[in-house]
Write a protein that binds this ligand. Structure first.
Ligand SMILES: Cc1ncc(COP(=O)(O)O)c(C=O)c1O
Length: 369
């Protein structure tokens, strides 16, 4: 299988970056971030996009814009990274961890319903590895319980389900542009929303409450700075213009690796849901071998980077700062303990992928015996 070429990537990036640098220094921040926001809104088909310095900053601004504050409880899947939860701590809100269904990776709505209280204000669905849950089930749950939906679509640029793009199904959607994401700018992030007051709040929140939302005075509240710097906005603009090619490449890379591992004992590829157009963020394999987590860690030591082996990804509710609060989320633990999620970037050539496949196949065969 041949990977598709990425047309003109390096030149496009160099041209955009040079244009941004020519306009610097500019204390107003220059035009790149504003242009990026207009282009993001158009590309994702939403009225508003607000560019910020990271995916975490996007979540922080989004949750603040939804009115989340001290005393509020927010439902968060234990099947996530700790960056999803950090903004809740900063806002004084309490994360309430909910489980995920090992068969689908989607939220366990029965568990979520059991954990709703009179303090629950929002839910953060996390499209981990770019996989997107059932948007209709999410909307029904949120509406039944009167919750805001803040999507953590950090890894999900380019995924859609039932024709709806990840990041556009909730009250507000947050995407990271950290290096390694499909749409990358080194560091960076943005939020997407159809609601003007949320976009205005986030715009004020990321820059010392200036400009302020309609009807408020500039600098009338304390806020910090999480603006996206012009050179990074320029890189994001260049990558946004080739987003379709970047997603196509990632899907082809994932397909290539999964195809090469089809006959490998003890490894079963996880297929996306029906009507899910998955961005192929990371090839996902269920490890049906003894000591599966140790196997993922062993692969990381053999230079096959992967979520659980390289980054020791564990359910959020099992992290030391949260243990003891909720009943453990066993579905999330089961998913992560058996998951091989290979970490890819656009630089991974067929040679790299074939090397990963050869190492994984050899080690799986040896591990099984
Ligand atoms: C699921 C998820 N949420 C949030 C984040 C935070 O994004 P950032 O690193 O850009 O702050 C990440 C990034 O790694 C992520 O993968």
């Amino acid at each position: 299988m041949t990977l598709p070429a990425l047309p003109g990537g390096a030149q496009l990036l160099a041209d955009q970056l040079a244009a941004a640098l020519e306009q610097m220094p500019d204390p107003s921040g220059g035009p790149a971030a504003g242009q990026l926001e207009r282009d993001l809104a158009e590309a994702f088909g939403v009225p508003y996009a607000v560019a910020v310095a990271s995916g975490t900053a996007a979540l922080h601004a989004a949750l603040s814009a939804c009115g989340i504050g001290p005393g509020d409880e927010v439902l968060v899947p234990a099947l996530s990274v700790v960056m999803t939860v950090a903004p809740l701590g900063a806002l004084g809100a309490t994360p309430v961890f909910i489980d995920s269904d090992p068969a689908t990776l989607d939220l366990d709505y029965d568990d979520a319903a059991r954990k709703v209280t009179s303090q629950t204000r929002a839910i953060i669905p996390v499209h981990l590895w770019g996989r997107m849950g059932d948007a209709a089930a999410l909307a029904a749950f949120a509406s039944e319980h009167g919750l805001a939906v803040v999507e953590d679509a950090a890894q999900a640029a380019g995924t859609a389900r039932d024709g709806q793009r990840a990041g556009t199904v909730g009250t507000v959607g947050c995407i990271s542009m950290k290096d390694g994401k499909i749409l990358w700018s080194g560091e960076g992030g943005f939020l997407l929303t159809a609601r003007r007051e949320i976009a205005e709040h986030a715009t004020a929140f990321r820059s010392h409450w200036q400009p302020a939302p309609s009807g408020e005075a500039p600098l009338s509240r304390l806020a910090t700075n999480s603006r996206l710097a012009a050179p990074l906005a320029a890189i994001a603009l260049a990558n946004l213009r080739r987003l379709a090619s970047l997603v196509e490449l990632r899907r082809a890379q994932t397909c290539h690796l999964l195809h090469a591992l089809e006959q490998t004992p003890g490894l079963l590829a996880l297929a996306p849901a029906t009507r899910e157009e998955w961005n192929g963020f990371a090839p996902l394999l269920h490890i049906a071998l003894p000591n599966p987590r140790a196997f993922a860690e062993h692969l990381a030591q053999q230079a096959v980077p992967n979520s659980t082996g390289s980054f020791r990804l564990i359910p959020c509710d099992a992290r030391p700062m949260f243990t003891g609060r909720d009943r453990p989320c066993r579905g999330a633990a089961q998913i992560l303990d058996h998951m091989l999620a290979v970490i890819l970037t656009e630089r991974d050539t067929e040679t790299t992928l074939d090397r990963y496949a050869a190492v994984i196949a050899t080690e799986a065969t040896a591990w099984a015996t």
